[in-house]
Design a protein around this ligand. Structure first.
Ligand code: CA
Length: 506
């Protein structure tokens, strides 16, 4: 009896200690959501795009937490998602383009000038020795080892089918709902079984695991939210700290209307594509609100870190999106796939009551590889071992002090691939570097540099490279040093049959 009581007291104590030292953590990751795809302004002025969208729960989250106005990811999915899980820059990983669901399949488009760069076409791998992968220790594995209950819901897209990285269980997740090798859903619609069409050839993009919603009225975003909340019951009942990777398929193509929200956007005069896109955004926002309400109902909202993020800029290609091409992220230039701000700047918000003051704004720039050390620090996981060398830096100091400033750090983007058939602004074979308010955009096609002062020119309209050759050369050299230090993949010049030299190298 005495032993039982002691055990009970010990359990109570360890649960208390666990709750204090190991908060629950949720990353709410949206797919392809642009910096202006919300009613919450991330710029100094409210824009027409802020008026177009309705995201009341993002507004609510920002009023309870910290808004990051200079948060970045890579220009496309797999590099961002792999950087987040590994804490490494995509150029360092060698995972610079999106991965195909099919193993050994290079997704680069053919090009007259270049043969493809030697990049890791099989994505991220949690085990060594898999051809054409980047081997790294994923942070969910470290959380699981530290006693966290780890859950993945929604889009994974770290690696192709038939490789270990395709399966969220291998990345350290105890529960996986609907995550696999694909980068988009075949369908958002329950009447189409989310792309699992009966008596038809199977699609690699058919969403797995949601059979009980087939033929219902439950849009994909809603089904994922319901399943995520169900999965949270287990660790909450056991008082075990949890990590939830809430990775929505929304708002990636195929742009399909979520009928619950459609009427008001059509009434507002949006074309059918943009109205459907706005419903994908609002459905995602409802999911955020449902999760916030759930945390409150379970009395764990104060002990839960909630991080909102997107994995790349909003799609700005026409006619995939309505309206003129590359206007969907204004005032930012271009969109998904580009190293201009429209392709990489993300809406990011962090709520964590014990650390973050409500309604605060951080202007310090951060990048998606920073999530790795930040999450482990917030989780109280110390002295962990990884096979990889981290590039990310913890942003916990910023959470404690929104005025925290570091102008000496340099962020790097590197996209040595051909994403789409026809070149666009900052799209296909570009790199970029930001240090302080200065940003250099570098074309791998012609070695030309552009220099922008983001403080005065967020739209990257005024190239200052000729006016300020000293800053241009400084950033170009630094970009070249980083890329060569990481042995970053470079496209191969078909004339010389050699990789393009690193910036600043002869
Ligand atoms: Ca994406």
């Amino acid at each position: 009896m005495k032993q039982l009581i002691l055990l009970f007291v010990f359990q109570l104590f360890s649960q208390f200690a666990s709750a204090q030292q190991h908060p629950n953590i949720i990353v709410f990751l949206v797919d392809d959501m642009g910096w202006q795809d919300c009613s919450l302004p991330f710029w100094k002025d409210k824009t027409p795009l802020n008026k177009k969208y309705h995201t009341p729960n993002m507004e609510r989250l920002a009023s309870e937490g910290m808004k990051f106005t200079n948060a970045y990811a890579a220009p496309v999915c797999t590099p961002s998602r792999s950087a987040m899980l590994s804490g490494m820059n995509p150029a360092h990983l060698g995972v610079t383009n999106w991965t195909s669901p099919i193993k050994d399949n290079n997704t680069d488009n053919p090009d007259d000038q270049f043969a493809p760069a030697d990049w890791n076409i099989n994505g991220l791998s949690p085990v060594p020795g898999i051809a054409k992968t980047a081997y790294a220790t994923p942070f969910p594995q470290l959380l699981k080892d530290a006693g966290y209950f780890t859950i993945h819901v929604g889009k994974a897209h770290w690696a192709p089918m038939g490789t270990p990285g395709a399966n969220p269980h291998n990345m350290g997740f105890m529960v996986n709902i609907a995550g696999h090798a694909a980068g988009h859903p075949q369908s958002y619609l329950p009447e189409q079984n989310y792309g699992n069409f009966p008596k038809q050839q199977a699609h690699a993009q058919a969403v797995p695991d949601l059979e009980e919603y087939y033929g219902s009225n439950t849009f994909l975003t809603e089904a994922l939210t319901l399943e995520a909340l169900k999965a949270l019951d287990e660790p909450i009942q056991r008082r075990q700290p949890f990590y939830l990777n809430m990775a929505h398929y929304a708002v990636h193509v195929p742009i399909m209307a979520d009928k619950r929200f459609l009427k008001k956007y059509l009434d507002a005069g949006l074309d059918s594509t943009e109205a459907a896109y706005a419903t994908l955004v609002e459905g995602m926002d409802k999911s955020l609100g449902d999760i916030m309400n759930y945390l409150k109902k379970k009395s764990i909202e104060k002990n839960t870190v909630l991080i909102f993020m997107s994995d790349n800029g909003g799609l700005s290609l026409s006619p995939a999106r309505g309206g003129a091409a590359h206007t969907q992220n204004l005032p930012l230039k271009a969109g998904k796939g580009s190293v201009y701000e429209g392709g990489i700047r993300e809406p990011m918000i962090v709520k964590y009551t014990p650390l973050v003051k409500p309604a605060t704004v951080a202007e310090q720039y951060v990048i998606i590889e920073d999530f790795f050390p930040t999450i482990l620090e917030l989780a109280g996981v110390k002295n962990y071992k990884t096979v990889q060398q981290l590039d990310g830096k913890s942003f916990v100091p910023i959470l404690k002090n929104p005025a925290w400033k570091d102008d000496t750090r340099a962020l790097v983007w590197h996209y040595p691939n051909k994403w789409i058939g026809k070149d666009g602004p900052g799209i296909n074979y570009f790199s970029a570097i930001r240090k302080g308010n200065w940003k250099l955009v570098y074309s791998l096609r012609n070695s030309k540099s552009e220099l922008y002062n983001l403080d005065e020119d967020i739209g990257e309209h005024h190239d200052l490279s000729k006016e300020n050759p000293a800053k241009t050369n400084e950033l170009k050299s630094l970009l070249g040093e980083r890329l060569s230090g990481w042995d970053a993949p470079m496209p191969v010049d078909k004339k010389t049959n050699r990789p393009v030299p690193f910036p600043g190298a002869r």
